[in-house]
Ligand binder design. Structure first.
Ligand code: NAI
Ligand code: MG
Length: 329
């Protein structure tokens, strides 16, 4: 039986993870292992990510995570999820964007994905302050670039997408993004059956609003991917509906795109869609493709029936939506 480490985290995390576990238990047999991380864990144990959680993660087949609160006012406090991505070398952040029925957004049939490099680029942690100036070092490596672009093309191949868009700013960041682009174009040659275009990040930001149907798989560096993927989540209904996965060569972690939404803790009002669609991605990863399809189809059906939470124009409670989804399996 596959072992899943679940990390509830803070805020709305515990309630959403409980819903995700009920959905999985109605669809497949898995062994649940509990792991602690986040601000409440820090208050209890002095660490936001205890070694025990990292050790358990390495022994499991997948990790199901919701969100953690990262208070900005504690010196040297590190977000547990950022640390976990680093510990497990989860270099590929994958966010699929698939339109749901009955969501008040301008586009209705979107289906594309953003693959974001998760370990280097602008978020390498190399920042310093010197007198009246501050510096951040942007790191682009051959290994980091090749593996993320290869991941994007392999994903395109698996999901039958016909085109990958390499997003960069090589016209200005001539050395670092020039290098990324050169490496990316070389990797693209390994996938002759998949189309490849490259595009400058600011124009992609514009095209995502104006013509998002043009995209299939976008691959880009850390900072650009962070920004473009939050922008893209608005196209399908916002943070509450967007799922994501973080993959490395050995481990994989699945989490909704949103944070811990602390003001909604235990109010039974947040949208469970991002959490449940991330759970479907996890089921597919552990070989439960049928269960994964049942879960994503039931989510879609629930929207077709107009049963949805307030953030996407409905009036259902979180628990009502989850109960309906489970009844549709
Ligand atoms: P957030 O994603 O928690 O909330 C942003 C906005 O989206 C809020 O208006 C919230 O009400 C809404 N929202 C979030 N999830 C929703 C859902 N499922 N359904 C409906 N509406 C939803 O981001 P925010 O407020 O910037 O951060 C809150 C805390 O979460 C912070 O401590 C932050 O550090 C943490 N955070 C954690 C992340 C993670 O663990 N991966 C990611 C982002 C933020
Ligand atoms: Mg973000």
């Amino acid at each position: 039986m596959k072992k899943i480490l679940y990390i509830e985290g803070d805020g709305v995390g515990p309630e959403l993870i409980a819903h995700a576990k009920s959905a999985v238990d109605s669809l497949a047999k898995v062994e649940w292992v509990r792991g602690e991380a986040g601000f409440a864990t820090f208050q209890k144990t002095g660490s936001p990510l205890p070694q025990e959680t990292i050790d358990s993660a390495k022994k499991c087949d997948a990790i199901l995570f919701c969100a953690v609160t990262s208070p900005p006012n504690i010196l040297n406090y590190k977000s547990a999820i950022v640390a976990l991505r680093k510990e497990l070398d989860l270099y590929a952040n994958l966010r699929p964007f698939v339109s749901l029925p009955n969501v008040p957004v301008p586009y209705s049939a979107l289906n594309f994905a953003i693959v974001r490099e998760n370990t280097e680029g602008m978020y390498s942690g190399l920042e310093k302050r010197e007198g009246d100036a501050a510096y951040a070092t942007r790191v682009i490596t051959k290994k980091g670039s090749e593996r993320i672009v290869r991941f994007a093309f392999e994903y395109a191949r698996k999901k039958k997408f016909q085109k990958v868009t390499i997003v960069h700013k090589a016209n200005v960041l001539r050395i670092s993004d020039g290098f990324f682009l050169e490496l990316a174009r070389n990797v693209a040659k390994e996938f002759p059956e998949i189309g490849c275009e490259d595009a400058i990040v600011d124009s992609v930001a514009m095209r995502l609003v104006k013509n998002p149907q043009e995209f299939q798989v976008i691959v880009t560096t850390n900072l650009f991917g962070d920004i473009l993927s939050d922008e893209a989540s608005a196209l399908i209904g916002g943070l509450g509906v967007a799922p994501s996965a973080n993959y490395g060569d050995k481990y994989a972690l699945f989490e909704p795109v949103h944070g811990s939404a602390p003001k909604y803790t235990n109010m039974d009002v947040v949208n469970p869609t991002g959490m449940l669609l991330s759970t479907a991605m996890m089921l597919e990863h552990i070989g439960e493709k049928k269960a994964a399809d049942k879960l994503s189809s039931a989510v879609k059906k629930c929207y077709e029936l107009g049963i949805k939470t307030k953030d996407v124009g409905g009036s259902a409670k979180t628990s009502e939506m989850v109960e309906k989804i489970i009844s549709l399996f």
